[in-house]
Design a protein around this ligand. Structure first.
Ligand SMILES: O=C(O)CCC(=O)C(=O)O
Length: 224
C-alpha cells in the first residue's frame, strides 16, 4: 500500500512538472507570430542543474568526438543522429524542441516541408558574439536556442537600424524561441537578432526546421 502511494505521488509530481513546462511553453509561444511583437520569447528553466552539468560535460570531456567549424571567433559543431544516441543528454534538447514545435502547431499552421537541423555554438569569454542578422527564410517555423552555459543577453528587433532593440537576459537552462516563416505565405520572417559582448563562455544548442526547396538562393542577411 505504501509503495502504491509513493508511486502515485511520483506520477502526480511528474504530471505537475510537465504541465508546468507545457504551460510555460504555451505562454512563451502564444504571441510569437503577432505582427506587433518582436518575435522572440524565453522559456525559463527547460533544463535543471544536473542536466546542464551532464550536457556541459559532453563538450568539456568529449570535444574530440565532434568536428568543429570556426567562423568569426565562434565554434560550431553540427550534430548527427550518432551524437544523439551517444549522448542522451543532448537528446533532451531535441525533445524540448519537439515540445515547442508541437505547442506552436496547436496555435498556428506550420510549414510541413522541413528537415531538422541541430548544432552547438560555442563563444569563448570576450567574444564579440554574433552580428545583427536575419536567418535565411529557409529556416522555417521556429528556431529554438537552448542555453547550456553563460549568462549573456540575446537581442532582437524589428528595426533594421537596430535603434529599438529588445534585450532578453538568458541564463543556463533557458530556451530562446524565435519565429520563422510558417506554411502560409506570410511576410513575418525571422526577427533581426544578435549576441554581443560575451562576458562568460557561452554554449548553446540551436534547433531548426530547414525547408530545403531552393536552398542555395537564400543566404542569411547581415544587417549593417
Ligand atoms: O548564440 C545565439 O544565441 C545566437 C545564435 C544565432 O544567432 C543563430 O544561430 O542564428
Amino acid at each position: 500500500m505504501a509503495i502504491l502511494v509513493v508511486v502515485v505521488q511520483r506520477v502526480i509530481a511528474t504530471d505537475v512538472l510537465e504541465f508546468d513546462m507545457n504551460n510555460k511553453i504555451f505562454n512563451a509561444v502564444e504571441d510569437l507570430y503577432n505582427h506587433n511583437n518582436v518575435g522572440v520569447n524565453i522559456v525559463c528553466k527547460m533544463f535543471n542543474t544536473e542536466e546542464l552539468e551532464r550536457i556541459n560535460n559532453v563538450f568539456i570531456i568529449n570535444k574530440e568526438h565532434f568536428y568543429p567549424l570556426e567562423f568569426g571567433g565562434v565554434t560550431r559543431w553540427d550534430l548527427t543522429e550518432n551524437d544523439f544516441s551517444r549522448y542522451p543528454a543532448l537528446d533532451k534538447g531535441r525533445r524540448g524542441f519537439k515540445l515547442i514545435i508541437d505547442t506552436i502547431s496547436t496555435l498556428t499552421e506550420l510549414n510541413p516541408v522541413y528537415r531538422e537541423k541541430f548544432c552547438i555554438l560555442f563563444y569563448p569569454e570576450g567574444s564579440v558574439g554574433v552580428k545583427p542578422h536575419r536567418d535565411t527564410r529557409h529556416s522555417v517555423n521556429c528556431v529554438s536556442i537552448f542555453v547550456f552555459s553563460g549568462n549573456n543577453s540575446f537581442f532582437a528587433t524589428k528595426d533594421s537600424a537596430c535603434k529599438h532593440v529588445t534585450e532578453f537576459f538568458t541564463e543556463p537552462g533557458d530556451a530562446i524561441v524565435m519565429r520563422g516563416p510558417r506554411k502560409i505565405k506570410d511576410d513575418i520572417s525571422c526577427p533581426i537578432h544578435y549576441v554581443s559582448q560575451v562576458v562568460r563562455p557561452r554554449y548553446v544548442m540551436v534547433c531548426r526546421h530547414i525547408n530545403t526547396e531552393g536552398l542555395k538562393s537564400s543566404p542569411s542577411i547581415l544587417v549593417t
